[in-house]
Design a protein around this ligand. Structure first.
Ligand code: PHE
Length: 434
């Protein structure tokens, strides 16, 4: 069981430790909150919270949001829910087990033990279903602690979509009619779909549900998303008979859906993971006070799709304030990004002995680098690690690539940044630089 991330992670897990230096309170979106031993939200992350790129006119993420919304015109379109949620909303209400790794301070950002940054838009499912919404889309910024490279960023954007219907004859008739309409549309389109059964022993129906109803709902989910993929990618790949759009369905597992699936799209010779989805679990519907309904939900990562559609090579560009980036885009138009000159990279290594007692998690190291260097940190890689045979102490070496996307960095500037990384490492984590 795992979270779907827009791009699979290649994290090296070391130990866990919290950054030091938090005061008694932390100010987030203009409000003060008490801190505690779980607090790990960093200044860089706090500065991203008000930006809400998915609502900034002309921004590629905003155009992509609007494009997805236009595909579901009869759905409620939500995009202004606060990123601050309780672990109860983010995990418990969705039946995440107590020991799920996503709950740990190394994977998620906590303001304190009772408040965190949502790690996925599913955190709002119970609340939105509970408000009585039956067909809705929700686009929002989500936060996960992660490594640093061209396709990972600790803030990204997701669109959640859901549809629930009454679990009776009327509801099922509505689904059947919709399925017939969507099937006819897809049959006329240039798309090849590799499917898996709606239900299987490893991807079962829920005990509370009639398998016939679940089959209809799962079919509706698949048809709705195949037609969304066609809308998003159809004009780019798959516009000719020799090169149809290829979509592949795979069985998956999410704590709050079953059966569950992932969708991949074939692009430039590779299968790309695009979204996770499934038939919503009865427990989630019960938590939302809509026990008599049945339906599906999906969540897709916007950056991954926007990087493909706009040919944007580095995920940091979405956060650029540079006019050479921003002025290239118009709301509602997907255009190919024209890269401006790439500035030189500057690689610097840091080797250190890990503190013997507390350790240091790779995500702690990456947050520290982001706090010092911001988006100038292009890439951080562990290039060496070993354990001293006699003392048993562990040493690691990271290579940081400093490169601005907007300008040339001077030697002095990178040296100063790197010196700050070293001193922060010593101050915050008590490591011994080698
Ligand atoms: N929230 C899941 C993720 O972050 C995606 C998902 C949404 C899966 C809704 C199932 C249903 O990867």
């Amino acid at each position: 069981m795992r979270f779907l991330r827009s791009i699979p992670c290649r994290g090296v897990r070391l130990y866990t430790s919290l950054p030091a230096g938090h005061g008694k309170h932390v100010t987030v979106l203009g409000e003060q909150y008490p801190t505690d031993s779980m607090t790990n939200i960093s200044p860089t992350i706090i500065s991203k919270l008000p930006l809400r790129l998915h609502t900034q006119p002309s921004h590629p993420l905003s155009t992509l949001r609007a494009l997805i919304e236009s595909h579901f015109p009869s759905y409620a379109h939500l995009s202004s829910l606060s990123p601050l949620v309780t672990p109860h909303q983010n995990f418990d209400l969705l039946s995440f087990p107590q020991d799920h790794p996503g709950r740990s301070v190394t994977d998620s950002y906590y303001i304190n033990k009772d408040l965190m940054l949502r790690t996925h838009t599913s955190a709002h499912e119970v609340e939105v279903f509970g408000r009585g919404e039956t067909k809705w889309l929700l686009t929002a910024d989500v936060y996960r602690r992660d490594e640093i490279d061209g396709s990972h960023y600790p803030v990204f954007h997701q669109t959640e979509g859901a549809r629930i219907l009454s679990a009776d004859q009327t509801g099922m008739q509505e689904v059947e009619e919709d399925n017939a309409r969507l099937t006819a549309h897809l049959e006329r389109s240039n798309i090849i779909i590799e499917d898996v059964p709606h239900l299987s022993p490893t991807n079962p129906c829920q005990p509370a549900h009639d398998p016939k109803h679940t089959e209809l709902i799962a079919k509706n989910l698949k048809l709705s998303l195949n037609s969304l993929m066609l809308q998003l990618f159809g004009g780019h790949v798959g516009s000719t008979a020799e090169d149809p759009l290829r979509v592949r369905w795979i069985e998956a597992t999410f704590p709050w859906t079953t059966p569950s699936f992932e969708v991949e799209v074939f692009f430039r010779g590779k299968w790309l993971e695009i979204l996770g989805c499934g038939v919503v679990r009865q427990a989630t519907l019960d938590n939302s006070n809509v026990s008599n309904k049945l339906g599906w939900a999906f969540g897709l990562g916007l950056e991954r799709i926007a990087m493909i559609l706009y040919s944007i090579p580095d995920i940091r560009l979405f956060w650029s304030q540079d006019e050479r980036f921003l002025s290239q885009f118009k709301q509602g138009e997907i255009s190919t990004f024209k890269p401006y000159s790439r500035y030189p990279a500057c690689f610097k290594d840091v080797s250190f002995w890990l503190p013997e007692t507390s350790g240091l998690h790779e995500n702690d190291f990456c947050d520290l680098v982001r706090d010092v260097a911001g988006d100038i940190a292009e890439d951080v890689k562990m290039i060496d690690s070993f354990t001293h045979p006699k003392t048993n102490r562990k040493s690691v070496c990271y290579r940081i690539n400093y490169r601005s996307m907007d300008r040339s960095l001077s030697n002095d500037e990178t040296n100063t940044l790197h010196a700050q990384v070293l001193s922060q490492l010593q101050d915050q984590f008590g490591v011994e630089i080698r």
